[in-house]
Design a protein around this ligand. Sequence first.
Ligand code: ZN
Length: 330
Amino acid sequence: MPLPKAELHLHIEGTLEPELAFELAARNGVPLPYATVGDLRAAYDFKDLQSFLDLYYELTAVLRTERDFEDLADAYLARAAAQGVRHAEIFFDPQAHTRRGVALGTVVEGLWRALGRGEDSHGVSTRLIMCFLRDESAESALETLRAAEPYLDRIAGVGLDSAEAGHPPAKFREVYEAAAALGLRRVAHAGEEGPPEYIRQALDVLGVERVDHGLRCLEDPELVARLARERIPLTLCPLSNVRLRAVDTLADHPLPALLDAGLLCTVNSDDPAYFGGYVGDTFDAVRDTLGLTEDRLRELARNSFLAAFLDHDEERRARYLAEVEAYVFP
Ligand SMILES: [Zn+2]
């Protein structure tokens, strides 16, 4: 039995495995420039952030109907459950779909068909977080938030993702203020490729409650001290950092240093179909490569539930935390 954990940094579009991409392409009559599943899997071996993003957005073309999004989310929940995930807070990128003519309602309702029954079908409770593409305009983000208003019973919060460099968090001040006024939780990617200043902006300008990635905080000791003091969770994605060259190798990953600094670190898979593993695989990899002890692994699992947006259901959080404490490592 795997260690119980929550996953807090997971892009649902990044769970599209080559086999499902082919199935959906055939179902929808969408041509793919790959002859076989093997050819497509080879393309997943991209070399940098841009080649990853190119493929990532190219493949979203196969997602067209509510059923497609339902199948995508259902496949993720099955894989996540098998790796010990008990609770998942799932990102989606509405603009990646609306800009190619798929309505936001199709995306949300389709995902919700799987997520809403996730607890019954897979034993995984879920929340949905709508991300704005930071390389799109602030106006487009605001339009997206307005379009989402009919679906806010399905959406717990907002986030900020895609290419970070040159797109500081402050660009999205207005839309985050509007999201806060609607009662939405706030997170943002910051300090993955962007500087520590972007983490400060995410906290001070956008009012985020968690920082996605955030590993470049280590360049700024004062910021590290603040993150520790204020118990701001970081949602780290070590396998993603290796594939996108934020670190050279997994052995160089600063996770141990971040834990030693007293930060509330969590470990997540980001875009698992592309980055070589789901969250249980990621736990195994950091254990084996970084030599994390059972106490450290338990701490990471505990942190994942402490950092989850479960304030509306503290009883559930307590139950999950008790599962972590009771877990016996094999
Ligand atoms: Zn991410």
